[in-house]
Design a protein around this ligand. Sequence first.
Ligand code: NAP
Ligand code: SF4
Length: 675
Amino acid sequence: MTVYPNLLAPLDLGFTTLKNRVLMGSMHTGLEETRDWNRVAEFYAERARGEVGLMVTGGIGPNLEGSVLPGASMMTTAEDVANHSIVTQRVHDAGGKIAMQILHAGRYAYGPKCVAPSAIKSPISPFPPTELDEEGIEKQISDIVNAARLAQEAGYDGVEIMGSEGYFLNQFLVTHTNKREDRWGGSYENRMRLPIEVVRRTREAVGTDFIIIYRLSMIDLVPNGSTHDEVVQLAQEVEKAGATIINTGIGWHEARIPTIATSVPRAAFAWVTKKLMGKVSIPVITSNRINTPEVGEEVLATGCADMVSLARPMLADAHFVAKAMAGEGARIAPCIACNQACLDHTFGGKLTSCLVNPMACHETELVLEEAAQKKSVAIVGAGPAGLSTALAAAVRGHQVTLYDKSDEIGGQLNMAKQVPGKEEFWGLVDWYRTMVRDAEISLELGRAVTAEDLTGFDEVVIATGVSPRDPEIPGQDRDNVLSYIDVLRHKKPVGKSVAVIGAGGIGFDVSEYLLHEGVSPAEDLPTWMREWGVADPEEHRSGLAPEGPRPEAPAREVTLLQRKKQAHGKGLGKTTGWIHRATLKMKEVNFVGGVNYERIDDEGLHLSFGEARENPTVIKAETIVLCAGQVSDRSLADDLAAKGISCHVIGGADVAAELDAKRAINQGTRLAAQF
Ligand code: NAP
Ligand code: SF4
């Protein structure tokens, strides 16, 4: 008897049956654009082997003007059909099912040829769109239908028509972007004509036994978005027009409310999808921040949806469903919703992968094969770099001993997990603990090893991490000056007014930690909704609270300082930096840049500005926290070198400047793949 009876129940669609209620949601990975179709096929086949019920590909353009980027993958030619057939064949051979997402980006298309219902530029694209005329609209419909027909020819089990997230079809639905006065604009009946026409003609073209998923925006989170009644009306019309399944989308890309970041509570929008249950008779899928089988099961058991969509969690662990089926939920590598190797890569023009699982999207290139020669491997440091090396080496059959001077594994992850909005790091450390135990890695905690301890191993890996950089500010040895480690790890008391020195990732984290008291909004949905101004869409159009964000009062008065003149937080994640900046702004943080740190004394922190050290200022903070970056901790590596023992130095011990868990885990895994 499974503990996930709802999640693992089959879903009968009449002409075909999905083996469980887990959909792998569409993600733009950049794989299709590599034109290496074997690699694309392996990515999806690996997830099919992992038993996911149905997969949706990344968005495929129906034509040039609708493609997200120039050069993005399209489905328009016989050659496209042949390439995609490689994918569908491999997925079917692995026992899976796959639908192709047809994505027309409308005014979100990053190119000068983009088209839209009205010529209104989007705030997230530099290109003003051309308003379509009647003939132009007709062309878009027939191109979308043609892409669906070709997808069927390529062997897909269905298509997903992207109608949410503020893309083309969504742009027709709302007056925010549709100012037309013809039969495609004005009344709601006119504005929804395009999506319905697209579904109706697609069904006509593909016949009855082909899945059509319509991705519908449940809550737009932008001004002048749809009302809830309009959403329900559209869902019912889409069903009548021939859709097999309704998948739900949350928020437009231009919305200033986070919808999938790690600080968003788990399953934060399932209650919105629930409002559609019983209003249509086709299955309804819910999505966003569902990252464990327990959360998925709860969402289904409480009647929020018929199926759950997980996208990023399928990067973190391709075998999510297979492990749930085997009762091995604790062994599922958790997606921590950091976006660091997936969305940040996508928006940076890089191939997607996963911070937790560097094999994601590299299935054909980074393979952990059984080692021909089994070795003894010593790894010093049980942070992300050491842990990932240890697990990958153990998978390959090596005998691994993992040392750490601390009495717990996780290294800096243990500090990250203290920060409100970063609770997912608890799960990541728990997962490492489970995996280390199951892999029978010999774990030596509370042990500060010396070079002498490391003789006799075939391979020695130094992953000793970093130490805080000394900013050498006169007076920094006073009792009211703390390091970020004192605050996050040792929980030393901090006064009501604080100056944070250094505005990198850790300066932001420490500020968020100090600004907050009580239950984290990430673990309390009503507080989180108030904080970001999310309302019930049945009461307020588009789900926007009329009074806007209403954050809790800050627990402390924080001044965040940096020497650079540029805006604070420029180096934070591409897709998440704005959230950290907005959070601190909401909590009235005083951002001060371009400073020189002169001294700390009884008066407070003395600053001056510019090269001429002008405008002396005192920040009268009760506590000063040093977050001035880190330096590599290489002392053990140096001792080994002096003794002529060769070793591999990885993670922060290798390069502190760009220390982050993504680089550390990738480097560790790749090293172990080569022993
Ligand atoms: P960091 O990003 O390098 O930032 C260090 C900060 O200290 C900068 O603001 C720098 O700005 C300042 N600084 C550097 N040298 C200084 C000196 N001698 N005196 C005074 N200030 C100095 O390092 P971090 O904040 O420790 O974070 C380390 C890494 O952890 C990051 O690179 C990131 O990859 C990862 N991380 C990321 C996040 C996140 O994205 N949310 C959170 C935590 C950690 P100025 O030189 O302008 O003063
Ligand atoms: Fe999840 Fe982060 Fe991996 Fe993206 S990079 S899939 S958000 S863990």
